[in-house]
Design a protein around this ligand. Structure first.
Ligand SMILES: Nc1ncnc2c1ncn2[C@@H]1O[C@H](COP(=O)(O)OP(=O)(O)OP(=O)(O)O)[C@@H](O)[C@H]1O
Length: 358
């Protein structure tokens, strides 16, 4: 079932938690809401679920206006970060709960409930834990049971709020891959909230980047990573170097380097910033006739297949961070204190927001 939200806004007092948010999610899509703490991710998820109401805007399920449909009738399955299972119930009874509390007229028979729970436990690959209590499970197992419980009522959409937030890095990684498989099997529309960019980029079909109650960009992981639409997205998805300067004739001059800025061909004297990711620099020794930004190698940090170089601009002392393959670091025979040149391979220029708006 597709989900659509149109022009949603929500204020808490004078604080705008959501500011005119519109989004469409297709059946079968797994979408990540990604952004810093307090940007409105959970509020958006809760409004989609029907747990929270918007001040204005609408929520559509399968093309039908569901803004005023009660949470119970929306057929959504939820999983929250600290979604406590019922401690006094076995795993089996936890998963059966949503079916047992159905109104008598629609409640399945006991044998149907038992078959359904068994099937769900097999789906989350934990059927062997049916008789255990939540306290006898690991964190990852508990989250999978919470998912099985959410799925018991056959939700048409699955909403997950930081479902793996409280788990350690290794378990998180396993569970997010597993979620991806499960989602594909179920073919529902799923939305999950995360502030972990790696999690969003690895698992989701599309990523919705949120900031201060607004959507900054929606795209596939590749689109948002390769073509960040705004400075915020650039900064949020990984490390980035910034070069501040002024645009003249479609070029940004900053830190002794000329950055192409074709989007601003007509601008003159406009303040702007070039963004360069650490791995988008070529690094070379300084030689006569070779062009680049002159830097000194301050410090090298080796981490597995990559070498992280902390470089200091030779003229103004500003720090530039570069990342090169460890093999290249060895080939270049780099030593701390050496004079080097760096050349940006890929850049993006954005006008400084306040000036652009003026
Ligand atoms: N019931 C409420 N009353 C007042 N303010 C609220 C309420 N719910 C949320 N807010 C505020 O709205 C903003 C957005 O909250 P929300 O929980 O949606 O953010 P989030 O992006 O999910 O953050 P996090 O990643 O920290 O969970 C926050 O500043 C929060 O303090």
């Amino acid at each position: 079932m597709s989900i659509e939200v149109r022009n949603l806004s929500r204020q808490f007092g004078s604080f705008k938690a959501l500011d005119n948010v519109s989004l469409h999610i297709d059946t079968g899509e797994l979408v990540a809401l990604l952004g810093p703490s307090g940007c409105g991710k959970t509020t958006l998820l809760r409004i989609i679920a029907g747990l929270e109401t918007a001040d204005s805007g609408s929520v559509w399920f399968a093309g039908e206006d569901s803004t005023d449909v009660h949470v119970r009738e929306r057929q959504v399955g939820f999983v929250f970060q600290h979604y406590a299972l019922f401690r006094h119930m076995t795993v089996f009874e936890n998963v059966a709960f949503g079916l047992r509390v159905k109104h008598r007229s629609v409640r399945p028979s006991e044998s149907t409930i038992r078959a359904k729970v068994k099937e769900l436990l097999e789906l989350v690959q934990l059927d062997w834990l049916a008789d255990r209590y939540p306290s006898q499970l690991s964190g990852g197992q508990r989250q999978r049971i919470a998912l099985a419980r959410a799925l018991a009522v056959e939700p048409r959409v699955l909403l997950l709020d930081e479902p793996f937030g409280a788990l350690d890095a290794k378990v998180r990684k396993e569970l997010r891959r597993w979620l991806r498989h499960l989602h594909d099997e179920l073919h529902v529309a799923s939305v999950f909230v995360t502030h972990d960019q790696e999690e969003a980029l690895e698992v989701a079909d599309r990523v919705v980047l949120m900031n201060s109650g607004r959507i900054e960009q929606v795209g596939t992981p590749r689109e948002v990573w390769e073509n960040p639409a705004t400075p915020f997205v650039y900064g949020f998805l990984g490390d980035v170097n910034q070069f501040l300067g002024k645009i003249e004739d479609g070029q940004l001059k900053a830190d002794g380097w000329t950055f192409a800025a074709p989007d601003y061909a007509q601008a003159h004297g406009l303040e702007a910033t070039a963004y360069v990711r650490p791995h988008e620099f070529d690094v070379a020794h300084r030689e006569a006739g070779r062009e680049g930004i002159p830097v000194k190698l301050n410090h090298v940090y080796l981490a597995g297949p990559s070498a992280y170089l902390e470089l200091r601009h030779a003229d103004n002392g500003r720090i530039i961070e570069a990342q090169i393959p460890e093999s290249q670091y060895r080939e270049l025979n780099l030593k701390e204190g050496q004079d080097l040149l760096v050349r940006p391979r890929q850049i993006q220029v954005f006008a400084t927001p306040s000036k652009a708006a003026a």
